[in-house]
Structures are given as structure tokens and as C-alpha cells.
Ligand binder design. Sequence first.
Ligand code: ATP
Length: 365
Amino acid sequence: DEREETTDAETVLELDGLTRRYGIETAVEDFSLSVGQGELLTLLGPSGCGKTTTLRMIAGLEQPSSGSIRIGGETVADGSTATPPEERDVGLVFQEFALFPHLTVGENITFGIDDWEQERQQERLAELLALVDLEEHEDKYPDALSGGQQQRVALARSLAPEPDILLLDEPFSNLDVRLRIDMRQEVRRILKEAGVTAISVTHDQEEALSISDRVAIMSDGHLEQVGKPELVFENPESRFVASFLGRASFLTGRVRGETVETELEQLETAQLNGPVDAYDGAQIDILVRPDDLEAVPATDGSADGEVVHRQYNGPNFVYGVELTDGTTLRCLHNHVEVFEHGQPVEVSITADHDLAWYPTEETDI
Ligand code: ATP
């Protein structure tokens, strides 16, 4: 299944049946995943779904209740092994960066390699300063740096000892919104240039989709789905993933042979992202995101529904359109004309990709 593919690269990290309980609560349950050399994978999920616990187990700060962790082919945690954090080749970048205020940028970066021979240390420092674009700032103290620069120092410091794996815990949460967006591509560039295997944690779906090679979506301690950003966004395997990754509306349809009847136009089953034969005669829910739909003012008798809310986003509007069957669809609208509340509109499906669908609860077969 291409949605679950890993990279062709050699496996660096292997989680197998990883479970962590706290008393009667299960924070992480039966989590299995392989991460390839040089890959940037993000754990994404709502608060409390077990992302941090997973990261802490990889780092060795927490022991799994059951299951195992292998790093570079070596078991570091299972029923009988618990390699301490300092003996795992794992670097950590914390959300608050945790720079030493009394050390310069250069001293911060070499902190973890001060047992290296002086010349090698200085070479590595020069390499890292160039990588994070801070050559001019080597002698400054952290409080003289911007948030983005501090983040780059934190990255360079964690990369200095050349870890097998770099773990990043909500690495952007300490930056203001604008900078956070700018830093995404910068952090991705640095990690890619360093060639390090990285696991990052976030609850921000846009960040996960924009920086990652693959995204692993978690819910309630479980791995829901893992795959490339475009694949998980367009082919979410569950309603939870569909709704968590972006605005999602569900259009009800009834399968009739090769076609699907909906409140809007009739679709061909070939427009769906998977075979639907088993649901012939039954109802299904089709995922439609705002940019899959277009609303235009209705002409006589052509109305599919009426406008029930609108959200202005600067570059566009998103309108909520209530269909006659009571479902509300969100439609993206890029034009200057503004629809009024209650205005009858015609909605068409303009998606240029196959549509994901789910069996409707009561017709689940
Ligand atoms: P957030 O995004 O809020 O950090 P998260 O996805 O990282 O959330 P975790 O911090 O891994 O979630 O927590 C998962 C679950 O395990 C939560 O219900 C949490 O209350 C529980 N939990 C985590 N650490 C402990 C602990 N030390 N003792 C008891 N329960 C814990």
C-alpha cells in the first residue's frame, strides 16, 4: 500500500508494539512505525494523544510498558533492555530551546562535544555555524539573538555530536506566528542538509504537512495513519484524520452501479479514491474540502442550498452552504462578490483529484 510506504533508505528507528501505561490510563498503545535514514517524520495529533510520551520513550526518558525500540538496528528498549538516554545516539531540541544564557553561541553549540579534540571541535563548529547561517554571531550571547536565531543555535547544538536521530518537541511553539511560518522551511533545509533522521512533534497540521517527508497522525494513543503529506491529506483513512488535517465536509451519496447520487451533481464511482462496489445501493460519505467545491449564485430552480455562514480569510472567503438534506458544506470562494446570508447558491464539485469516501455509519457492511 503506497500510503504506508517508508523510504527506500535504511531503517534507523523501529518502534514495535510500543505501549505506555500510567496506572489505568494508556498514553500510547501498540504503536509500530519504521523511520528511514535522513527522513523527517512528524507525529501529529491533538493534545493528550501520546505524542510527547512516544518521543520521550525514543529518547530513553520514559520506559515502555511493553513493545520495543530499535535504533540503528540495536534494541535500546524492550522487556529486558533500557539503554539510558546518554547512551542512545539521540539529540533533543526542546520547545523553549534551553540555551545556556552565560555561554556564547559558539560555546552553546560545542557544549555537547567539548570532549572532542580542539581542532575537530572547531571544524565542527565552523561547519554548523555555516549550516545554520550564524557565522557572524559566534561570540554573541543568546539574549542578543532573535527567536529564529536562538532556534538555529539550539538546532546546531543538538546536531553537533552527529546524532543518529534528532527529536524535536514542538520546535516552533516559542516563536511568534509569522516567524513560525518562515522558520518551517529553514528548519527543514537545515535538517535535510545535515542528513539527520528527525522526528518532530506538533499539534499544528499545517506545520506537519509543510515540513515533513511523512506525517504520523495519532489519536488517543493510537497511530491512525502514516504517509506522505499529500497522500494523508487527500486520502485520509478515517473521518478523524480527514477532519484533523484540514477543514472537512462530508457529502452524502448513494451508490448506484457506476454512479453515486448526491444532493449536488451525480458522480462517477471512478471519481472516488477506492473501489466502492461492495456498497452498491448503500449510502456513503464523500470528503469534500472547501477548495473541492465552488458556489455560484443560483438561477431559477438551480439552488442546491443556502448560505448559512461566511468566513473572510483575506485572500478568500469560505462559505457554509446548507443543503436541503440538512448537511452543511464549506466552499472556498476566491471572487470579490459577496454572498448574503440566506442567499440560494448552486454548488459544484471542482476537485481535480479522486475523492476520499467512508461508509455511512448505519450502512457499514
Ligand atoms: P500535548 O500535545 O498536550 O503535549 P501529547 O500528545 O504530547 O499532548 P502526552 O503528553 O504524551 O500527550 O500524554 C498522553 C496521555 O498520557 C495524557 O492523557 C496524559 O495525561 C498521560 N500522561 C503523560 N505523562 C504522564 C505521567 N507522567 N503520569 C500520568 N499520566 C501521564
